[in-house]
Structures are given as C-alpha cells and as structure tokens.
Design a protein. Structure first.
Length: 163
C-alpha cells in the first residue's frame, strides 16, 4: 500500500491488507491502468512535445536523446503497430540549427535505418560536445595535475606551565 499513491491509492485504500486482497487490489489496478492504447498515446504525446534545442549543448542534446529513446522504447515494448521509423523526423526537427545542418549533409549508410543513423549521429555529436566542454574547463597552472595548497604546521617551541 505504501508504494501506491494518489488516485491508485484511493482505489484500493479500503481493502484490508491480506494475501487474498493482494490479488483483488492487483486486478483493480490492472483494470484501471493497463490500457495499452492510452499508455501508447501518452508516449506519442511526449514524443510530439519534445523540447526544442536552440543552441549546441551536450546537456540539452543528451536530455533530448534520453527522452526520445525512453518513450520510443516504451512504445516498442507495448508491441503495437505504430510506424516507429517515421519518428526520426520528429527527433531531428527538435535539434539546433547547426546539428540539423550537419545531419542533412551527412550521407546515411546503406543497411542502417534512418532512426538508427540519427541516434548514432546524435550520440557521437553529444560525446564530442561533452569532450570539448571538459577540455575547456579551467585548469591549474601546475602541469603535474596536483593541486598546490599551502599547508601550515604549528609547533610549540617552549613548554610553559602555570602553577
């Protein structure tokens, strides 16, 4: 019961917690929420409302790829007859202008679907942007890679005793 929240919790909150009622609760939840067409529609809606990237950014590109793949994989798992290859245009329309231009100039290999090619292209670009970003981080002037910090040590030079 503690793992179920909101409307789902309200649906089963009055059932006593017993082994027999577990099956009753499970069936109630499945009947209410196991609607594959509604689930698929929610994922398609999420795909159609992907964020638009306005400038080259590894972080934004990674978030776009992750959100797209997550929803696409969920739709695939439902095993519905939705033409997923056409989704590639949705993805490429949400990237920045520089990335889109680079994609449009790229020659897609034979034997690879356009969607697979776009994923590979965007993943490679994302990794390159991440590499460029990390190489532009400020560095220490110390060439050894070890940070030089001033260390202090305090030593007592006299023993003083007050009586």
């Amino acid at each position: 019961m503690s793992s179920v929240t909101n409307e789902a919790h309200q649906l089963i909150q009055n059932l006593p917690v017993t082994q027999q009622n577990f099956h009753v609760a499970w069936n109630l939840l499945c009947d209410r929420y196991n609607n594959e067409h509604l689930i698929a529609a929610a994922h398609v809606k999420s795909l159609l409302s992907l964020p638009v990237i306005n400038k080259e950014s590894a972080t934004d590109l990674r978030a776009l790829i992750n959100q797209f793949q997550s929803n696409l994989n969920a739709i695939k798992a439902l095993d519905l007859s939705i033409p997923l290859q056409e989704m590639s245009q949705i993805l490429i329309e949400n990237v920045d202008d520089v990335t889109r231009k680079q994609w449009e100039m790229k020659d897609v290999s034979q034997g690879v679907t356009e969607l697979e090619a776009i994923f590979k292209f965007l993943e490679d670009k994302c990794q390159a942007l991440e590499l460029i970003h990390t190489s532009q981080l400020p560095r220490n002037n110390n060439s050894s890679g070890i940070s030089k910090k001033t260390k202090h040590a305090y030593v007592a030079t006299q023993l003083m005793c007050c009586v």
